[in-house]
Design a protein around this ligand. Structure first.
Ligand SMILES: Nc1ncnc2c1ncn2[C@@H]1O[C@H](COP(=O)(O)OP(=O)(O)OP(=O)(O)O)[C@@H](O)[C@H]1O
Length: 263
């Protein structure tokens, strides 16, 4: 019987740490591109790289030379194509740590129940405003940005920078309000801006009734660490978008749970 000799493999604790860290980075990158158009681009690039290694091994010189040109500029192509995702990843690395730490300290000192109570107080005006908007069939798009990326939001928005209030949210979305077109962005516990023009998703498999408001709500969660509530003017239905996916027609109890988790 033949045995394989693995004695040449020397695994140190540092090697294991190395593998775990790489796995974590790949997982975070996967989370960032999951369900977005970037995932398809990634598959396309991976296929070109895979094909290059196959044709090179088979000594197919012409194809190797052509694909080699792509592979030579591979890292530059990856940086250009995944510019948005790399930006989000770096933001995540830089800012998430401090946000999570704040939350953890709060829970450590005041206990989980107190933290939840505090969170409910923050969420309540938003849920109450959504109830009113739904009842009156007023369309709305409210974005919760984990980090307020000034470059991304401020170009197209009206700066508000105010405490979150039910009445303010309701009045922004009134059809006669000059700010009703576009999205409200909430971040750092404030209504940061209104009337924001957001990027539209390029998804092709969305329900037919989804127009620009829904497309913008989904699009912003693909391009940023953000979630969005979409109130349909047509049906009054509430949808919730996160990481490029959307939950349709959710109840207020569900909305409260989602906001409690994400906001
Ligand atoms: N790029 C954008 N960013 C933010 N808001 C947008 C954008 N494009 C359109 N909107 C908002 O969506 C409104 C138009 O909504 P539209 O009827 O196309 O959407 P919908 O998804 O069908 O939603 P509804 O069910 O409310 O009709 C606009 O009045 C504007 O307020």
């Amino acid at each position: 019987m033949q045995y394989f000799d693995f004695s040449f493999l020397k695994v140190t604790p540092l090697n294991i740490l190395d593998i775990v860290l790489v796995a974590l980075i790949i997982y975070q990158l996967y989370n960032l591109i999951r369900g977005t158009i970037a995932a398809n681009i990634f598959i396309g690039l991976a296929l070109i790289f895979g094909l290059f290694f196959v044709v090179r091994a088979l000594h197919m010189q012409l194809l190797t030379a052509i694909l080699g040109k792509f592979v030579d500029v591979g890292i530059i192509a990856v940086i250009i194509v995944f510019q948005q995702e790399i930006r989000r990843f770096l933001l995540l690395v830089g800012k998430n740590a401090s946000l999570q730490r704040n939350k953890a300290w709060w829970q450590y000192f005041f206990g989980k129940a107190e933290a939840e109570k505090n969170n409910y107080a923050r969420i309540k005006p938003i849920i109450d405003a959504c109830k009113n908007l739904k009842q009156n069939r007023i369309g709305a798009l409210i974005v919760f940005a984990k980090y307020y990326d000034e470059q991304f939001y401020q170009n197209s928005c009206e700066i508000i920078d105010s405490k979150i209030s039910k009445r303010l949210l309701e009045s922004i979305f009134q059809k006669t309000s000059p700010l009703h077109d576009g999205a409200v962005v909430i971040s750092e516990n404030k209504i940061k801006s209104a009337s924001c023009i957001l990027p539209l998703t390029e998804k092709t498999d969305l329900p037919a009734q989804f127009g620009l408001r829904h497309r913008a709500g989904i699009g912003v969660t693909e391009a940023n660490e953000a979630t969005a509530i979409i109130v349909s003017e047509e049906t009054g239905e509430i949808s919730y978008a996160k990481q490029g996916r959307v939950k349709m027609n959710i109840s207020f109890a569900e909305l409260e749970k989602l906001l409690n988790k994400d906001f």
